[in-house]
Design a protein around this ligand. Sequence first.
Ligand code: SF4
Length: 72
Amino acid sequence: MGNYKCVNGELTVNFNPTKCIHAEHCANGLSEVFSTSILPWINLEASSHEKIISQIKRCPSGALSFLHKISA
Ligand code: SF4
């Protein structure tokens, strides 16, 4: 799998598979958004942006990152 980018409104999530250590904190912590068995494996519509960002911050490898545009 190459680099993966997922966009939902003001939230953009990037996944860099070369950094992923497959600890699966993402899928275990927020399974409705992050899946290890279903493609596309990031479903940004399945939870709130706050929960998704909080889960991304727990990624131990830095494979997941995000950009959140705050609307004025
Ligand atoms: S939490 Fe990060 S390192 Fe772990 S499986 Fe998800 S993307 Fe990979």
